[in-house]
Design a protein around this ligand. Structure first.
Ligand code: DGT
Ligand code: CA
Ligand code: CA
Ligand code: ZN
Length: 583
């Protein structure tokens, strides 16, 4: 059996891991790692490319790697990989990827304690056998235990930032076909969940044949899992699974509502329908008798729009982001759904980086890019001095930058207002990275956690409270510091943090980067219920990141957030007034 792009990429990645565990030359390790990454980014089947003789034209694929790809395409195996497996137990690869381990420690545990599986490692850590090894200690042992626990929670769901562009591209492709009358994303991706199990796409058409044909024959398909007239499923080369369903336009509304879910929302909808003597499924409403049996003699009610589905049940239309059975049905019944924030309400971005720290674009480039996107005001917020890896700014550089931002701001007139700020580190000991007299010279100060993230709840909470109470700190950036897929949110007393933010008028950020989405939607909802000020920012490290705002909006909508809760919907005048009066 021949292998898919993804399987080939996986094998190269494992080769790189094993070479690294063995302690091979780093260039050799990197050549396999880069080849693996390069293959993952290729949208076409390697079989086809190989047939055209084009493998070596791909980046990081030389003659040696190309020959290995051909070997796998022909035989389904790689001799080189088989030899490595004979030498290095495969389980070490899983061990090395545990948070807090890495290749050197994986090798150490293997050589010293004969550990070759994650389970064995867990047992050894629980028996406190790791702490005494060279370079280890009680702390690093605990970190590994946490890492193993995080591993078991991982589910193979894709981050929305990865899934959404891929899903949208497929929808666009299918909608170009002449028979496609209507199309939409459904399921969790339409509800805007932060991770996606599989992508659901609906198309309205009279003849599903050509649409399904086009779908299963896309260049980026690794495997066809099903190919029928109403439903087809594929696995993409990226590993993402996609379902496409085709149906008649006359029942578009019921179908879209059904396949958008969530399951819990659907169950409530069906109950309300039953209370009205109707059964509801993806096709139609059907009148039922007292025994809930469909009365075939009575006409069914077909809905070609979702609005009609909700109308039939006497409900206000529920935006997809709210359909999680989190009180939205009750609110829709009372005609009291929130007026959710929209992208066009946002007029500013309060968090972005430039070449002064770890950003890729200069200050003028970022200002221009923000103006192009319609922002009325922005804050330049590079990293602070203790964040060495991010080229954080010394006090001298910070003040020089503030001067530069103000000069550029004057040049722009009223076209856009650029403010001088910082994303200041809340250090592991709880202190802030710049003294107050320096902060007093800036227009806007963000404080964020970047280190000491595994500290205990009391310590983390104290650090956040200390920052929230500082008169110069206007906002807490990405408050829980989580990152997809592996970094968990910090453990904090969120009730205390939210109460303090409310009391001190400190903004909490909803970081829009899809790998953060922080505050998450649950915390955002709690925050706005308490009257905490929110801001939705991109934390852009390059111009293109400024477009990630939509993910933040979706996440905020899932938290029932309205424009009035979000400060960067305010006019520059209102924002400036608030900003001056608060400190
Ligand atoms: P995912 O894919 O795990 O991220 O989550 P969903 O919500 O996209 O779930 P999925 O793909 O299994 O199904 C898509 C939607 O179809 C789901 O949200 C609700 C609807 N659905 C699926 N199975 C059933 C079912 O047995 N009953 C009802 N009422 N709805 C269902
Ligand atoms: Ca799905
Ligand atoms: Ca599905
Ligand atoms: Zn940050």
């Amino acid at each position: 059996m021949s292998l898919s792009n993804r399987e080939i990429a996986d094998i190269f990645e494992r080769c790189a891991d094993m070479l690294q565990i063995r302690g091979d030359n780093i260039h050799r390790v990197l050549s396999y790692r880069r080849a693996s990454e390069s293959i993952r980014a290729v949208p076409r089947d390697l079989r086809v490319i190989s047939g055209e003789g084009g493998l070596t034209e791909l980046s990081y694929i030389g003659k040696t790697i190309a020959a290995k790809i051909d070997e796998m395409l022909e035989t389904g195996e790689l001799e080189f990989y088989n030899r490595l497996k004979a030498e290095i137990p495969e389980g070490l690869v899983d061990i090395m990827h545990i948070n807090g381990v890495g290749p050197k420690k994986a090798k150490l545990f293997w050589e010293q304690l004969d550990i070759t599986t994650v389970d064995e490692l867990k047992i050894a850590a629980q028996a406190e056998k790791l702490a005494d090894l060279p370079g280890m200690g009680a702390k690093s042992q605990q970190k590994i235990l946490n890492g193993i626990e995080a591993l078991s929670r991982q589910t193979g769901r894709a981050n929305i930032g990865e899934a959404l562009p891929a899903a949208q591209a497929i929808l666009d492709l299918l909608m170009e076909l002449p028979g496609a009358q209507e199309g939409a994303l459904a399921g969790s991706i339409r509800r805007g969940r932060e991770t996606i199990g599989d992508v659901d796409i609906l198309i309205a058409a009279d003849d599903s044949g050509p649409i399904m044909q086009r779908f299963v024959n896309m260049e980026n398909v690794a495997r066809v899992l099903g190919h029928g007239p109403t439903k087809s499923s594929v696995e993409l080369l990226s590993g993402l699974q996609v379902d496409v369903r085709v149906l008649e336009k006359a029942r578009w509304g019921t179908a879209l509502s059904y396949f958008t879910g969530s399951l819990a929302h659907n169950v409530k909808m069906r109950q309300i329908a039953l209370d009205q003597g109707l059964s509801l499924n993806e096709h139609a409403f059907s009148p039922v008798d007292e025994n809930k049996t469909i009365i075939e003699s009575e006409p069914k009610i077909f809905c070609d729009t979702e609005e009609k589905v909700y109308q039939t049940l006497g409900l206000q239309y529920v935006p997809p982001e709210l359909r999680e059975d989190g009180g939205e049905i009750e609110a829709a019944r009372a005609q009291r759904l929130p007026n959710l924030i929209r992208r066009q309400d946002i007029v500013a971005d309060l968090h972005m980086h430039t070449t002064w720290s770890d950003g890729k674009n200069t200050i003028p480039e970022m200002i221009q890019a923000c103006q192009k996107r319609g922002h009325k005001y922005i804050v330049i917020t590079d990293h602070s001095r203790s964040l060495g890896i991010a080229n954080g700014l010394s006090i001298e550089r910070l003040l020089a930058q503030a001067e530069e931002v103000r000069r550029l701001n004057d040049e722009m007139g009223d076209a856009i207002h650029a403010l001088a700020g910082t994303e200041m580190d809340i250090k592991a000991d709880g202190s802030l990275d710049y003294p107050d007299e320096v902060l007093a010279q800036l227009d806007f100060v963000i404080a964020s956690l970047h280190s000491g993230l595994s500290q205990k709840r009391e310590q983390i909470t104290q650090r956040l409270l200390n920052a929230i109470r500082n008169p110069f700190v206007k906002m807490i950036g990405h408050p829980s510091a989580r990152q997809f897929p592996n970094r968990e949110a910090v453990d904090a007393d969120w009730d205390a943090v939210l109460a303090a933010a409310q009391e001190h008028n400190t903004i909490l950020e909803i970081n829009a980067n899809p790998l953060r989405l922080d505050l998450n939607s649950e915390l955002a909802r709690m925050a706005k219920d308490l009257g905490v000020l929110l801001a939705i920012n991109t934390d852009a490290h390059r111009e293109a990141h400024l477009d990630l705002m939509d993910y933040g909006i979706t996440n905020a909508r899932r938290g029932w957030v309205e424009a009035r809760h979000v400060v960067n919907t305010w006019s520059f005048e209102r924002f400036s007034q608030w900003n001056m009066n608060r400190a």
